[in-house]
Design a protein around this ligand. Structure first.
Ligand SMILES: [Zn+2]
Length: 83
């Protein structure tokens, strides 16, 4: 097997094992919501979003969606109980 093919296989393996191979430290993303777009950021365990719900509760559907996409490569946002 040539080295390009073996690197592709290795990369695929790392990607499949992302939950134990990858630790995300910082990410900025834009999520296209139903009514507006939102900027979601993650910085060493701290989640932020520019929507009103996250200002009030510290978590929102946009952050939760990014958590689900990134899986165990990030720390979960603290879950706020409904008031
Ligand atoms: Zn939000």
């Amino acid at each position: 097997m040539d080295s390009v093919a073996s690197r592709i296989l290795k990369a695929r393996q790392y990607a499949q094992e992302r939950d134990r191979r990858v630790r995300v430290h910082r990410i900025e993303a834009e999520l296209y919501g139903e009514h507006a777009n939102h900027k979601v950021a993650y910085d060493d365990g701290r989640w932020t979003c520019d929507c009103e719900e996250s200002q009030l509760r510290g978590v929102c559907a946009h952050i939760m969606a990014m958590e689900e996409i990134l899986g165990d490569t990030v720390e979960p946002a603290p879950l706020a109980l409904p008031q």
